[in-house]
Design a protein around this ligand. Structure first.
Ligand SMILES: C[S@@+](CC[C@H](N)C(=O)[O-])C[C@H]1O[C@@H](n2cnc3c(N)ncnc32)[C@H](O)[C@@H]1O
Length: 293
């Protein structure tokens, strides 16, 4: 089976041309290409299997925060190959996955056809730009956006804010999971220091596979985004093994007892949690009535 390194190589050509392509076009092309490059068995193993590389840490955690109920209508914004569309529909009975990458949606459909059991719920896929959502006002009880916001430019975020406010019911809930920009900056500093002190090189996979992260946000920006949509209740969820450790695995993480105490201490201090957590998981509710600007 292809490794992440093989896939990164297939993306190199596009990556090398990224400065000549507008960011939103680059991202769409990038996601189409990723979907075409990764064999379907690897997609299932990584994203759908409960112990998959990209599902293990995310799906249970995000679904627990979303508290889905039978009969709710859910929108999976930036659904990619449909991991959350599939998992949400199992809990609610209906989920719509939306993505602008047609190639990703073809994979999503293929995989979902492999699980036709009605107890998995109804799953539909829509190819559209999240910046202009093709749904009526108040169509959804919940909107989930997993690893999506970091792919958006400032302008796209503005339009998406409007769209979420419009298509989500007033009593609806918005759940977003996205890398923490502060962590990413810490990580880059860490990589630079490791290069100086240990001559460690950043892997090519990391560079290429995060090339589409053009709009990472901080927890403070995530709060503002939710407020701008009109939410009055905004809660963040943290996990203790997701904190930034200086020098990565080199020192602290080898000394397990020290790592665990370090992480438990961070978990109790709101400011440190915000700046050291690898990911942001935010749940926003109690929305003001939508008013068109
Ligand atoms: C990293 S994938 C995440 C997929 C899925 N949510 C998951 O967590 O497994 C991000 C997805 O967002 C989609 N995306 C990015 N910008 C978009 C936009 N403006 N409209 C629709 N989809 C978009 C990409 O095509 C890609 O499939």
């Amino acid at each position: 089976m292809q490794t992440n390194k093989d896939i990164a190589w297939m993306l190199k050509d596009l990556y090398d041309r990224r400065d000549t392509i507008p960011a939103d076009i680059f991202n769409k092309t990038f996601h189409d290409k990723v979907a075409l490059c990764i064999p379907i068995e690897k997609q299932i193993a990584d994203y759908y299997a409960s112990d998959g590389e990209c599902s293990r840490h995310r799906v249970d955690r995000i679904l627990a925060a979303a508290v889905l109920k039978k009969g709710e209508r859910v929108l999976d914004l930036g659904c990619g190959i449909g991991t959350f569309t599939f998992n949400c529909a199992k809990h609610t009975g209906l989920c719509i996955g939306l993505d602008y990458s047609l190639e990703s949606l073809k994979v999503a459909k293929k995989i979902n056809q492999q699980f036709p059991d009605s107890s998995n719920g109804r799953r539909y896929f829509v190819c559209a730009d999240a910046a202009s959502l093709p749904f009526r006002e108040g169509s959804f009880d919940k909107i989930i956006s997993a690893d999506f916001l970091e792919h958006l430019t400032k302008n796209q975020k503005k339009s998406i804010r409007q769209g979420i406010g419009y298509v989500l019911k007033q009593a609806g809930v918005f759940v977003a999971y996205t890398p923490n920009k502060i962590f990413v900056i810490n990580q880059k500093l860490n990589e630079a220091l490791r290069k100086i002190f240990f001559n460690d090189k950043v892997s090519m996979e990391t560079v290429f596979l995060t090339a589409s992260h053009i709009g990472e946000i901080t927890p403070f920006q995530a709060r503002k985004l939710c407020r701008d949509i009109g939410f009055r209740k905004i809660n963040f969820f943290y996990k203790n093994d997701e904190f930034y450790l200086p020098f990565g695995n080199r020192f602290i993480s080898r000394l397990n007892f020290l790592r665990v105490s370090f992480e438990s201490a961070i978990l109790k201090i709101p400011f440190l949690r915000d700046i050291l957590s690898a990911n942001i998981l935010v749940v926003a509710s109690n929305k003001r009535k939508y008013v068109k600007h």
